[in-house]
Design a protein around this ligand. Sequence first.
Ligand code: CTP
Length: 403
Amino acid sequence: MRIVLGVGGGIAAFKAVSLLRLLTESGHDVTVVPTESATRFVGTATWEALSGKAVTNNVFDGVPQVNHVRLGQEADLVVVAPATADLLAKAAGGFAGDLLTTTLLMAGPKAFFVPAMHTEMWQHPATARNVEILRERGNTVLEPDSGRLTGPDSGPGRLPEPSAIFEALASFLDGTSGHGQLAGKRVVVTAGGTREPLDPVRFLGNRSSGRQGMAVARAAIEAGASVHVIAANIDVPIADGATALRVETAEQMQRAVMEQLPTADVVVMAAAVADFRPAEVSDSKIKKREGQTDPVIELVRTPDILRGLVEERDSAGLDVLIAGFAAETGDAGGDPLSYAREKLARKGCDILVLNDVGGGSVFGEDSNAVTILSAGVSETSSARGTKDEVGRAVMTRIAALMA
Ligand code: CTP
């Protein structure tokens, strides 16, 4: 594989020397791009000797090869270790002032960050936000180790050992465990829209296609989870690698998902569940007859599956992260975000993904824009793009909460 090893200017740069060795000795083609300040910790000669390649961070070196574009484009992986607070901020902000940052801009989701810095810097809201932004974009940002730091103090912020970084990179590269953030976890996703029968041929339904739910399932598979989909009337194929059960009504969906709850680590309720069903279901097709008054359909409430899941989890003491979706439109009573906050509190789930469907353009479309709310956190994050990109942002947020 072609790997770019970006090295930030921190004392942990010395550990990147061992990482470089592990990467080259396992047959990878590694180009090292240290920042200017990284070369004050470990000199260019060390990187050149160990990688067997010329080393620079200057975009004006090798101009005929257009290095600032080529390196990121051709790389299978761009790993930044140590990723300093400054580098994380530059990457999150899209800065492109040197060869490493231009390479990161070109690499997109192939960029992999291994942070190392002082605890105060790591825990600063600005750094936390930058990490969140990168993860939402589909980048992997490892959690730093906790332990002795540069000075006499200790806490989270240590660069993980090179062997641990190497292992995380190996699972990223072989793709079997995707980004590996949910390796070993069991994720249950509901998708589609329930149909509540009126008679053998008619039903009350909704326009959900199941695309967003299936994209969430795919993102969970990519992140290494084993995934079970509970699908109601979807227009899309079941995600490759997932097991699935097809259901029709809210009641069937509730039974199916409750059955999965005790063995799940995460449940994502992406399905559009009907809130009401016809009180009576006719055994035969309802006929119109001459002189008959227009029929009135009486509706009754369906179970609130999400709320029921949260109650069952809490009463059984299960350790399951539960996420809901909410399609909202604003009206005179409030805006979509305030309705979503209220819904997050009312349902008691851990995450609520808000879909602003004001324009009605979400159903069946291939792109989406969402705001992700977490219980007990006033900050929200937003994701916009294809439903797959949004699915990844949702799973990344879930993985971050689980970590
Ligand atoms: N949901 C559910 N059971 C229902 C209705 C909804 O589990 N009977 C879930 C959906 O899958 C979604 C979340 O609850 O994850 C929010 O759905 P939404 O229809 O927005 O919520 P409602 O409770 O129906 O709220 P509203 O009063 O706004 O319709």
